[in-house]
Design a protein around this ligand. Structure first.
Ligand code: 4AD
Ligand code: MG
Length: 504
């Protein structure tokens, strides 16, 4: 069957049949041409040359325009060859779409004219014909690397995964919120903030004040703004008084289908001085916030469903692009991914995790102790210990986690209702928690941290119709690393930013 896009091109072909010959040619994307059911005259394909092979009787080209991994074969008379027709050049080919005699390809283009739109100097062009360049090599050329097959596949997968994530939330009744990029708070309290100010040129010479009158930063998380939106309304407060907290959520959801469940998916910034394979200074985070939730189980269910649904969609929409990664970049990842999709994710507590690590035969650079944060080496070991199935670790020490997490009130080994999802090869993929919805608990924690004034507005949310709620954030680039088996996070984002590097 032909996809909708290919059918569109096909209908255009029919419409143009009555035009004079010169104007008749219909532009087809490479993907449409490859998927066409019948031969067609007068078509035009534009793209970049991936290979040129000149024989005595015939000239072969392969053209790619980014619409598919596969390139379209062009067959031409050798007289159409010219010296600008090289690997990397941009061309427009006009001719007839005919059935290909090759088993591997459905259609090919029999060229009548070939126009070189933009020549390419192959000697200085850093990509070479038919070479499978290493990811580290093409990373040096962020302005050219999208012409490489691997990056082309990655960008198509990124685009489908983004759409799949939006659909997952929309289909489940979540409202998408544009949380701000410029903010005056540090949600995670880790001080990993980029502060923003006007550049020196834009400043008045004597100006001493901040542009916004207060220090402003690039956001480290949209969570606090999502919490503002997650259902705190006067109507809800009244509903709670009548039917109780948990039922109010159900009634509200049925009446409005809005604002008890919200999500955001946008750029996030962290000034971590790290060059690691899983940290960026600018990355994309998917965040969800659920009201009327009293159990971490609800949050974990959404994380697991999000991971599995998105991955199934990506696998069905981009099978060839994903296969390229599983075949050439990460052999073995395909089976591991199937394991992840097939099995129920494992749940262990932080206490259990520390015990498993203490009994491990492996020696770690950081000795595992109760109260210490789990390091990547610990996280990877825990996933291995659980058969490479993703693992939720719940209930972390109170002192390790940010102020907004809900106190479990559980004695000397004091914990909060936090959850991290750990996955094979990466470690932490998602971080979430129940939020402290009880005013006295939140007040005393903020007071101890000296943050009461800064978070008056956040305390207000607990004064006016507070409900039990929670949520999580998933690093989008780490998600792509996980499903594709890409070792370095810099290879799953078009323009990686990290300490000491901001190319372009
Ligand atoms: O665990 P984090 O810090 O959680 C939060 O920011 C919460 N406020 C989210 C929420 O509950 N709404 O970050 C969430 C995820 C991490 O698990 C990780 O996958 C990713 O964001 N992440 C990074 N990805 C790339 N580079 C970095 N520097 C990252 N820091 C976090
Ligand atoms: Mg975290």
């Amino acid at each position: 069957m032909l996809g909708a896009r290919a059918r569109g091109g096909w209908q255009a072909l029919r419409r143009c049949a009555s035009l004079p010959r010169a104007q008749r040619a219909v532009r087809l994307r490479v993907r449409e041409a490859l998927g066409a059911r019948e031969p067609a005259g007068e078509v035009k394909v534009q793209g970049w040359v991936r290979s040129v092979r000149s024989q005595k009787e015939v000239l072969f080209l392969h053209i790619n325009d980014g619409s598919s991994l596969e390139s379209l074969q062009v067959v031409a008379d050798p007289s159409l060859e010219n010296r600008d027709l090289t690997f990397g050049s941009a061309v427009e080919v006009q001719g007839k779409l005919v059935k290909s005699p090759h088993r591997m390809q459905n259609m090919e283009l029999k060229a009548e004219t070939i126009r070189v739109v933009g020549p390419c100097d192959t000697w200085s062009f850093p990509l070479k014909m038919k070479e499978r360049h290493a990811l580290e090599y093409v990373r040096q050329f962020p302005h050219l690397r999208c012409r490489n097959n691997t990056l082309g596949s990655l960008l198509r997968i990124r685009s489908e995964a983004t759409a799949a994530i939006h659909s997952f939330f929309q289909d489940n009744g979540y409202v998408h919120i544009h949380t701000p990029i410029i903010t005056s708070n540090d949600c995670e309290g880790a001080g990993e903030l980029f502060q923003i100010e006007r550049s020196n040129e834009a400043r008045e010479p004597v100006e001493k004040t901040h542009f916004f009158d207060v220090p402003a930063f690039l956001t480290v998380s949209g969570q606090l703004h999502l919490e503002v939106m997650a259902g705190f309304t006067e109507l809800m407060t009244n509903l709670q008084a009548v039917v109780g907290k948990v039922w109010a959520g159900e009634v509200w959801r049925r009446l409005t289908r809005a604002f008890t469940h919200v999500f955001t998916f946008g750029p996030t910034f962290r000034a971590e001085n790290s060059q690691s394979r899983r940290h960026l200074s600018e990355f994309y985070m998917v965040e969800a916030e659920l009201s009327f939730t009293e159990s971490l189980q609800d949050i974990m269910q959404v994380m697991e469903d999000l991971f599995k649904t998105t991955t199934h969609t990506v696998l069905s929409k981009c099978p060839h692009d994903v296969e390229l990664f599983h075949k050439y970049i990460a052999p073995g990842r395909k089976d591991r991914l199937e394991q992840m999709l097939k099995n129920k994710f494992v749940i262990i507590s932080y206490n259990e995790a520390v015990e498993i690590l203490k009994q491990a035969s492996q020696t770690f650079s950081f000795k595992p102790e109760w109260g210490c944060d789990l390091q990547t080496e610990h996280e990877k070991y825990l996933v291995k210990h659980c058969g490479e199935v993703p693992v939720f670790v719940i209930n972390y020490p109170y002192n390790l986690k940010p102020f907004y997490m809900r106190d479990n009130e559980d004695g000397p080994q004091h914990t909060v209702a936090a959850v991290d999802l750990l996955v094979s090869g990466i470690g932490e993929l998602c971080g979430g928690s129940l939020r402290e919805e009880r005013l006295p608990f939140l007040e005393s924690r903020l007071q101890r941290l000296g943050l009461t004034d800064a978070y008056q507005w956040y305390l207000d949310l607990r004064k006016f119709g507070s409900v039990p709620h929670g949520g999580f954030g998933m690093g989008f680039e780490r998600y792509l690393q996980c499903i594709l088996g890409v070792d370095n996070i810099k290879d799953v984002i078009p323009f990686p930013r990290f300490s000491h590097s901001c190319l372009l």
